[in-house]
Each structure stands twice: as structure tokens, then as C-alpha cells.
Design a protein around this ligand. Structure first.
Ligand SMILES: [Zn+2]
Length: 252
């Protein structure tokens, strides 16, 4: 039974991942999420229901549009799979309750922010506001969390990030990070507590360093978005709470 529910969450994640690809790509461009329906970006042919099935459709179409043969990026099925796996792990961590719901919102926000910042260099305000509101409502209905506490945590984390940005701008004589990164730290503070949120700053810089050096070495003018690395760091810290041994026992 338990394994069955885990699989259901994994499949849910695949479908949501497919949706997050659309949201992450369209939201920063102020495009509607539902209209036009999913289409090939190259020939504009509308996707059939079969072509909308996460991951499988990519395999069936052998990674190409069936109409114009344009290659479909591996990015899409990979993010569907990642979302599926993260949804399943989140269920295993929390079971069916309100904590599961709020954690799925956090994980989903991170995935969308990764996709949109990576593809368009923008962290959509809509996602930040959604994540903040969800946690505020959660604090209002839950007796274990204080609303002032989580807002203070967000404020401390975002203030430190703003301070680092001021230093960074001066040191590099150019914009060291965007306003979206500071807002994102507010969300991290609310969800992870300010201590872990501050650790995400250091962890993300550590992860971003080799990639940035590689990119800047190829093209000095290139700007590397910071949001995806912040999202990875937050996910790693979030996953560090997972008891992986219990998953092994559960699955065997
Ligand atoms: Zn096409």
C-alpha cells in the first residue's frame, strides 16, 4: 500500500513537472500559462494528448518534434523526472498531512524558480508571493509556528543577502546579483529558518563557482543566473533531513 502511494506521488510529480516547465518558461515573459496550449516552439504545431505524457512522450518521439523534427531539449524530461522524484521523497518524509502540502509548495517553487531563472534570467514575483502567502496562511492555521517568527527569519536572511549584494556590486563593479535573489532569500528564511537560509548562500556560491569559471572562461560577457544555484542549495539542505535508510527499508 505504502509503495503504491509513493508511486502515485511520483506520477503526480511527473505531471506537475511538465506543468512547471511551462510555468517557468512563460511566467517571466508575462505569457498566459494556459493559452496557447502546449505547442512545438519551432513549428507551432499543437501537441496531441500522447505528446503531453511526461517523459514517455520524449522517448516515443525520440526527442524530436513529430512534425518538424526539431530536437526537444533533454531539459524537459529531466525536470519532469526530478519533480517526480522530489514529490515521492517529500511524501516519504511527511506522510499525508498539512506538512506534506506546505513542503510540496516549497519544492515546487524551487523547481519553477530554477527553470525560469535558468531559461530567462528572471525569478517570477508571482512564485515568490505564492510561496510567502502559503507559509503565512500555514502559520495562521497552525499552532506550532509563529507568524512573526517566520517573517523575522525571512527578514534576517533577505537583509544579509542585500548586504552581500551591496558588497558584491562594489567589489565586481557590476550587478553581482538580482533583486529576485534577495526576495528568494526571504522565502528561504521563512521555510528553512534564517540559519539554514544563510548556509544556502555559502553552499550555492560553492556549487556555482566551478560552473561560473567555466562559463566566464568561454565568454567574459556572459551573465550566470544565481537563482538556480540557490535553489539547488536549498533543495540539498532540505533533502539532508531525509532518512534515506527508511526509504530503503520501505521499498524492500
Ligand atoms: Zn515542431
Amino acid at each position: 500500500m505504502e509503495l503504491f502511494i509513493i508511486i502515485i506521488f511520483f506520477l503526480f510529480g511527473l505531471v506537475f513537472g511538465s506543468f512547471f516547465n511551462v510555468v517557468g518558461y512563460r511566467l517571466p515573459k508575462e505569457e498566459s500559462i494556459v493559452n496557447p496550449p502546449s505547442h512545438c516552439p519551432s513549428c507551432n504545431k499543437r501537441l496531441t494528448p500522447l505528446e503531453l505524457i511526461p517523459v514517455l512522450s520524449y522517448l516515443i518521439q525520440r526527442g524530436k518534434c513529430r512534425n518538424c523534427k526539431t530536437k526537444i531539449g533533454l531539459f524537459y524530461p529531466i525536470f519532469e523526472l526530478i519533480t517526480g522524484i522530489l514529490f515521492a521523497i517529500t511524501y516519504i518524509m511527511f506522510g499525508l498531512n498539512v506538512d506534506l502540502f506546505i513542503s510540496l509548495i516549497f519544492v515546487s517553487s524551487l523547481i519553477i524558480i530554477f527553470i525560469s531563472d535558468y531559461q530567462t534570467m528572471i525569478i517570477p514575483d508571482e512564485i515568490i508571493i505564492f510561496a510567502i502567502l502559503a507559509k503565512v496562511i500555514y502559520a495562521l492555521v497552525s499552532s506550532d509556528i509563529s507568524l512573526i517568527g517566520i517573517l523575522l527569519n525571512g527578514l534576517i536572511a533577505a537583509s544579509l543577502m542585500l548586504l552581500l549584494k551591496k558588497f558584491g556590486d562594489k567589489a565586481f563593479k557590476r550587478e553581482s546579483m538580482g533583486g529576485g535573489d534577495i526576495k528568494l532569500l526571504f522565502v528561504f528564511g521563512m521555510y528553512l529558518g534564517f540559519e539554514l537560509a544563510i548556509i544556502t548562500i555559502f553552499l550555492s556560491s560553492f556549487i556555482a563557482l566551478p560552473y561560473s569559471l567555466y562559463i566566464l572562461n568561454k565568454n567574459k560577457e556572459h551573465v550566470v543566473p544565481y537563482g538556480p544555484f540557490l535553489a539547488i542549495a536549498a533543495l540539498l539542505l532540505y533533502l539532508s533531513k531525509v532518512d534515506f535508510m527508511s526509504i530503503v527499508t520501505m521499498l524492500s
